[in-house]
Design a protein around this ligand. Sequence first.
Ligand SMILES: [Zn+2]
Length: 108
Amino acid sequence: MSNFVWCHGPSCHKSHTQDRIRGVKGSKVLRTKKVPVTEYHRNTMYSYFCSQGCYNDFANKYVREVIAIAPRTEALETPIEVVKEQARSWSGRDYMETKIIAVDNNGG
Ligand SMILES: [Zn+2]
């Protein structure tokens, strides 16, 4: 069982960094970076990408395919209550504070 995956950044192998250089003199290459599989990164984008930049490159290249997984055709709404309360600032000034409170209309 391998303990790494290859970075999914479409241009990872084109970044000019020394840790990507592989091969011997005369036939050197820049290679896609390995991403270690760790419990810390499990179920995050860092399980598949070596950097935020590689993640952004992937997201920008494949945004249409990613959106097709769960397209949003209408707005979502969260039921709320808006409550106005008298409050006092740190400097002692009174003001009206607006609080937004989520309301659970689904009974659970
Ligand atoms: Zn990468």
